[in-house]
Ligand binder design. Sequence first.
Ligand SMILES: N[C@@H](CCC(=O)N[C@@H](CS)C(=O)NCC(=O)O)C(=O)O
Length: 232
Amino acid sequence: MLTLKVFAPAMGQKSPSPFSMKAIALMQMSGLDYQLKPGDPRKGPKQKLPVLVDGNKQIPDSTHILAHLKKAHNIDLDQELSPEQMAVAEAFRRMIEEHLYWVLVYSRWIENGDEVREGFFGSVPAIMRKFVFNMIVKKVRASLYGQGMGRHTPAEIHAFGAADLEAVSQYLDTRDYFFGDQPTSIDATIFGIIDSIIVPRLDTELKKNAISHQNLIDHHTRMGQHINIKDV
Ligand SMILES: N[C@@H](CCC(=O)N[C@@H](CS)C(=O)NCC(=O)O)C(=O)O
């Protein structure tokens, strides 16, 4: 039996991470039998989640999980794509996962710290909660600075988020899914990030921006129905 380890549900999401939501979408799209388990990133091979456990193998990273589905289970979610579409998908995936993701991190941990602290660490005794949260925020700030996003002003960061969402929305256009009427792995990536932007009850510029693109909201709803997210 396959096991997908993700962050436990929080802030209204099945898992409060775009990569975990993407991995859930990929597993649902694969049609394979699997169980979902809350994981601890510190115990994972790369200290991050999601991790797929397949027998005695651990596969960390949503990209490697996608590749594993193809290699080990002969399930290629992108088999209908042309080489050109594969290239476009790869470029959008990098933009979402290596750029837009950091705008999301900023909007959560830096701009909405109080809500995120209660949403993520509500079960931690109150006396410890601020301490644990402050320690993590320190690490998040350092990561944001190291990656580069954290060196910009709030207005600049909001503009980066708006431009990335605009690009996804423009390319998606009026199609049901990114490349037509059938979802592929890039739709799982888009689902993961949009879910993480719009589902938590946080008042962010990024969310305002996302919900101004009706085709992104419709895509999120459509993907949610396609993968039966309510039943996960
Ligand atoms: N490239 C990885 C990224 C996974 C990732 O960044 N996960 C974050 C949560 S969104 C994480 O586990 N962070 C824990 C930590 O950094 O301590 C993937 O695609 O799975």
